[in-house]
Write a protein of this length. Structure first.
Lengths: 250, 543
């Protein structure tokens, strides 16, 4: 799918922002295989670009989130109980924040000249910054469990320092926990970005985002024009389904 | 985070959801009853305190007035007053009432009620917005020499004084009833907040048709409070609603396809969509940016680079008219027919920029100081057509090397930036013109006004052309002769076209949906355009 998306975006003449003003909301034709949107932009290329942008952004954000979670979780597990409870309190606090409201505030504080690409980066960074606490709690529990396991006690008894212990013994054992966390985060972030997009926040025009494309479906008048308007939804569901099944496989 | 609902919460939630869905809409209608949607609850039922569109519509349907403005001809016509006379100096207007007028409760309507209603509007304690139109309401005197005569004495002439009386409802003296006892065609029968307003026919309304049948023909009107276009259109299609007084362009084609006579496009409305650059000297912008925005050549080049026909065709599905000046061609009385405007020409725009010291650096435009021309256009979130306009302009301006970002903000945040902080570069918004008369635009053109958007509340006019606009606007407001007023306002339009403080883009068309089962409706582009002659409207087949 990613390869197909890359090919579509790379094809000569493909542009996610070029407005073909003579072909507004057209159906499939020789120039635009999936028709055009309300501004005459090629829907196929936009969906393909949204796959790449959404997946790429969500994957990077998920990696950041998992890294933060691993750091916080491990730190909490290896420090004094007081520090651990403070860290867990912090993650509880993060969990209880009204994040949607926060995101809206942050977006309105951004300078107006923030370019579309920056807006995408900021959106995914915020998602990453807000996504770690749930994951951190799981890592904390897992690490605590590992810490009291017999081989760890043996490692400590043989004189290994905490950093060595973490690097040599903890991380390899934590990976089976971290990888699913990472995989769970990716689709969650894609959906979160789509939700933000439907509110008009998140990734700015003319960059394609799932949310803005789903917004087209909000209007019964445009639904009547072409069946290709459902393409973004179908592809989004397909992408999420694939990602979820990947999580199950692992 | 997981949210789990017990069965009980779920049923409670469902009943809330269905409870909301079931109210008002789809209630049975009597054969002589009409229904349509209003977008929010009226803020007041008191006709003297009307300050927004829904309560104005209610006043229109319930309030009896001395003079009614014919929305087709724009001429004042006698209503409760059989005739009226304005003295040559314009300072006295005397009304002669019709004989035998009665309120909806059967009591007689005399000059005493009229004088009381006029004085109530003039009283500062009422804070009636319409009083301002009389210029010095405190100094206005009202007299009732006999039962059928009322005189109003003004300290000075008011241009177009007749129009003011279209907005003053006559109520029973000492008994204001918030629309329950009226002298207009309908009375307020019932109101459920957030659900509906129900109006009943006034049995004592004075008018008869040619055959002597008492008007209005309709027995009642139900106005549902509904702020959901999707639902409004579907209820209209099911026949629950009889009209939609501002149809979004996306739905026009849908309705037209199903029933060509149900969708009406009356051509350009009085409204405009425009963009403007922030020229305020205290705006938190870099100096070089302010210099672009204050540069006439820069503004004209932007205006020349925008393809307005594309905006009308793509963003409005063809239901808009390209706009080049501040006054819509629909406003025949005031439109300057010989206006000279910057023509659309991308090459000329590029030349103009080159002459003004800008040059191309690859695909981007840079100013004489080497700063790349980049700016943002802010607009309000949630307006699909405006969002499309912004994205189209983004591409149009890319052709002359300007890099534009489009930012949508929620309305309060946008207003805060525009009005208080002046923290924006360019803005895209629409202006709703209710009345054709330029007097209603004074607050937009006078340089001292806080609504003088491109540079609000100037202490002294910042430029000679703004000073000239100030002078001409004052001139048209005080000259008694219509011809001189028109001459002054024509010049204002020309200065605006030359300087482009507002870059006008389109006039959205007036779009209505109207049930083909109604007879007698005379649609007009002016406000209350579908219901202005409601007394003559009837359902086909209704006796």
């Amino acid at each position: 799918m990613i390869v197909a998306a890359c090919v579509i975006v790379m094809l000569p003449g493909a542009s996610y922002y070029a407005q073909d003003r003579e072909a507004i909301m057209s159906g499939a034709n020789s120039h635009h295989w999936a028709g055009t949107d309300a501004l005459g932009r090629d829907r196929g290329v936009r969906v393909a670009a949204a796959i790449l942008l959404g997946l790429g952004g969500a994957a990077v954000a998920a990696a950041i989130t998992t890294a933060i979670a691993a750091g916080v979780g491990a730190l909490a597990a290896f420090s004094a109980p007081a520090v651990a409870s403070i860290l867990m309190l912090a993650s509880d606090l993060f969990l209880s924040l009204p994040w949607l409201f926060l995101l809206m505030m942050v977006r309105s504080f951004l300078p107006l000249t923030t370019s579309p690409l920056h807006s995408a980066v900021v959106t995914f960074t915020i998602l990453a910054a807000l996504g770690w606490p749930a994951c951190a709690r799981a890592v904390y529990r897992g690490t605590l469990h590992l810490r009291s396991s017999e081989w760890m006690i043996q490692g400590r008894a043989s004189g290994l320092r905490n950093t060595q212990l973490v690097r040599r013994h903890m991380l390899p054992h934590l990976l089976p926990l971290l990888i699913p966390q990472f995989l769970i985060c990716v689709p969650a972030f894609i959906v979160a970005e789509a939700n933000l997009g439907t509110l008009g926040l998140g990734i700015a025009e003319p960059l394609p985002s799932w949310g803005a494309m789903l917004l087209e479906l909000d209007n019964s008048a445009s639904l009547a024009t072409s069946h290709w308007i459902y393409l973004p939804v179908v592809v989004l569901v397909l992408v999420l389904l694939l990602l979820e099944s990947l999580t199950v496989e692992v | 985070m997981s949210v789990r609902f017990g069965l009980r919460q779920l049923t409670a939630l469902m009943s809330i959801v269905f409870g909301l869905a079931a109210h008002g809409q789809g209630m049975a209608k009597g054969p002589g009853e009409l229904a349509w949607a209003i977008r929010y609850d009226p803020t007041t039922f008191d006709p003297a305190k009307v300050d927004e569109q829904v309560s104005e519509e209610l006043r229109f349907l319930t309030g009896g007035v001395l003079i009614r403005l014919n929305r087709r001809t724009q001429q004042p016509e006698p209503e409760l007053a059989a005739n009226w006379k304005v003295s040559p100096d314009g300072r006295t207007i005397s009304f002669h009432l019709r004989e035998g007028l009665r309120f909806s409760d059967g009591s007689a309507l005399t000059s005493r009620d009229v004088a009381w209603s006029l004085r109530r509007v003039l009283d500062p304690a009422t804070a009636a917005p319409v009083a301002d139109e009389l210029l010095a309401p405190r100094e206005v005197k009202v007299e009732a020499p006999d039962a059928l005569t009322v005189k109003m004495l003004l300290p000075r002439r008011v241009i177009g004084i007749e129009n003011v009386f279209d907005e003053i409802a006559i109520e029973p003296a000492e008994r204001p009833s918030e629309g329950k006892v009226t002298s207009g065609p309908f009375t307020v029968a019932d109101y459920k907040r957030g659900q509906y307003v129900s109006l009943r026919r006034n049995p004592n309304y004075w008018r008869h048709d040619a055959a002597g049948v008492k008007l209005p023909y309709l027995t009642g009107i139900r106005l549902d409070v509904l702020n959901n276009r999707e639902k409004e259109v579907s209820l209209f299609q099911r026949g629950e609603y009889d009209l939609i007084d501002s149809l979004p362009p996306d739905y026009f084609g849908l309705l037209q396809k199903k029933n060509p006579s149900a969708a009406l496009d009356l051509g350009a409305s009085l409204n405009t969509e425009e963009m403007w650059f922030n020229q305020a000297p205290n705006a938190p912008l870099p100096d070089y940016e302010r210099a672009w925005f204050q540069n006439k050549a820069f503004r004209i080049a932007v205006s020349q680079a925008v393809h307005r026909a594309d905006l009308a065709r793509i963003a409005y599905g063809g239901h808009a008219t390209p706009a080049y000046g501040s006054v819509s061609p629909a406003n025949r009385a005031w439109h300057n027919d010989s206006l000279r405007v910057p023509h659309e020409d991308v090459a000329a725009a590029a030349q103009l920029l080159a002459k003004a010291g800008f040059r191309r650096n690859g695909s981007s435009l840079v100013d004489a100081g080497g700063h790349a021309v980049k700016f943002s256009i802010v607009t309000n979130a949630g307006n699909a057509a405006r969002m499309k306009i912004a994205t189209l302009i983004q591409q149009d301006l890319a052709a002359i090397g300007m890099q534009v970002t489009v930012v949508t903000l929620d309305f309060p945040a946008l207003i805060d930036r525009l009005m208080h902080k002046q923290d924006y570069e360019a803005c895209l918004l629409g202006l709703t013109n209710v009345e054709p008369d330029p007097n209603t635009q004074m607050n937009m053109w006078l340089s001292s006004s806080p609504n003088h958007q491109w540079n609000p509340s100037e202490k002294t006019p910042a430029t000679p052309w703004e000073a000239q606009i100030d002078k001409l606007m004052q001139e048209q407001a005080t000259t008694p002769l219509q011809r001189d007023r028109k001459l002054a306002f024509d010049q204002v339009q020309q200065i605006v076209a030359d300087q482009q403080p507002f870059i006008y883009l389109v006039h959205p068309n007036t779009l209505y949906a109207l049930s083909p089962k109604l007879a007698g409706v005379q649609p007009s582009v002016f406000r209350s355009g579908l219901i202005w002659n409601i007394v003559n409207v009837r359902r086909q087949g209704q006796k």
